[in-house]
Ligand binder design. Sequence first.
Ligand SMILES: [Zn+2]
Length: 369
Amino acid sequence: MGVVARWYTDNLREEVNKGFRSKIEAGEYPHRPPYGYRTVKESKGSKFPTPDPEKAEIIRTIFKLIASGKYSIDTLREELFQRGMYFSQSTRKWTRSHLAKLLRHPFYIGKIPWHGKIYEGKHKPIVNEQVWQKVQEILDGRGNAKCHKRREFTYGHGLIKCADCGYSITAETHKQQYTYYVCSQRRHLNHSAKPAWVPEQLIESQVVSLLDKLILPKEVYNWVIEYLKRISTQEVVDTQKELKLLKRKISESQNTVDAILLRAAQAEDSLVDGFMRLARERQSEMALLQRRFEQTKLGLQEDTGGPVKILELAQHLSRRYVTLKPSPKRQIADSVFSNLELNGVSLCAEYRLPFAILAKNTNRPLNYA
Ligand SMILES: [Zn+2]
C-alpha cells in the first residue's frame, strides 16, 4: 500500500475505534449481541441489547446445568436436544465450540469485553454472577464437577440411539470391569422387544466392520488417487491464475488512489472534499478485492489434496481405530456415521459424506467415477 494511502486508512480506522470506545465506555454495545439478546433501537438511533425471554431462559438453563457439575459439554448438548432447547430450528443441536464460547462470555453478567479489556455494560444481565463464576471454575478444572472423574464411555454421550424408541443408548459398568450398552428409557417406554444389554466388544467389532467397508480394492484405489491428483492440480493452476489477476487489479486501484490523494493535496480547498470522497470509494473497492484475494489464497492452502487425504485416511481407519482412546474413537464414529442406531444387538448406521461414496462403491468398484 502506498504511504499516503496507509496514513489515510490508519487515521480512518483510529477514528472509527475512538467512536466505538466512547460508546462502549458509556455502556452501549455497537455490535451484534451474543445469543440470548436482541438489539432494540432507541429513539436517538443508539442500539441497545435486551434479553430475548425465550433464548435467555435457554442460556440460564445452560449455565445452571454446567454449574451443577453433573454435565460435560458433550452431555449438555444431548440434554438440551432432549429438552427441545434447540440452537435454531434449522440447526437443532448446539455445537461444542459455540457452547464453550458462550459459557465464557462475560456479557451474560452485564460486562462487555472489548480489545482485551472488560467494561461495565448497561444491558440487563441474564445470568447470576455466582453461577457464572462457578461455571468458570468448573471449566478451568478447579470445581468439583463429577463429569471429570466419571469414566468415559466410548459409545455413550448420545452417540447411538435406540432403534425402537429413538432415545439415547447409555453405558453401565458391571463389576467395575465389563461395560454394557442399553437404552436409557428401558424402564419408561413401551418397547416392542425387551431392550438388550450389549457388551462394548460387540459394538466395537461392528463399528470396525462398518469402517472396513471404506477400504477400496487396491487397483481401484490407485486409479482414484491418480484421478483426484490430476483434478486438484488443474484446480491449483486455475486458482493461481485468479490470484495473479486479483493482485494486478489491487495494484491498479492502489495507483489510482495514490493519484487521487496527490491531486487532493494540490487542489483548492473547495475541491478537496470531492477528491477525498472519491479516494474513499476507491479504497473500499480495493478492500473488497483484497479480501477476495485473501480468501482465494486461503482456499488454495486448504483445498490442496483434501480428497486424497480423506481417501488415504479411510484406507487405514479400521486398523488404526482399535488402538485409539475413547474420545478420539467417538469423534471418528461421529464424523464418519450419522444415525447410529442399536436394533436389538445389531448396530446400524448411515455414512456421512464423503465416506458414503466410498462405502457405496466398494462392492461395485467399476462404477466409481
Ligand atoms: Zn429404547
